[in-house]
Design a protein around this ligand. Sequence first.
Ligand code: ZN
Ligand code: ZN
Length: 119
Amino acid sequence: MSTETIQPQDMQWLEKGVFGITWSDGHQGVYPIRHLRLHCPCAVCTDEWTGELKLKPDDVPMFIMLKDIQPVGHYALRLIWSDGHDTGLYAFSQLRRMCQCNICQPDKVTDKKTSRRLL
Ligand SMILES: [Zn+2]
Ligand SMILES: [Zn+2]
């Protein structure tokens, strides 16, 4: 699978606090915005050398809001947050990997397990 030319085709809110990006390969990306904020790739939040996250969950307000989204060239989005943070540039390829949908994150499907068993 090539990810070099992948671009967001459409963006919309899927539900409150969950941002959706439809990618050029047809994948529907699912992005809870607090998750995006917590994984901000900027030098303040993520150590550039080790890739280690410097930001702690406690550092981000529970009800963080996304104030604005600005395209940066043809490769990234800048996200402007309600806590004043605006230095995070999310490269498309990086964003694609951060997708939290059930296909990309199969381990996260825990809430459906109890109610229904797959045949
Ligand atoms: Zn940041
Ligand atoms: Zn996905």
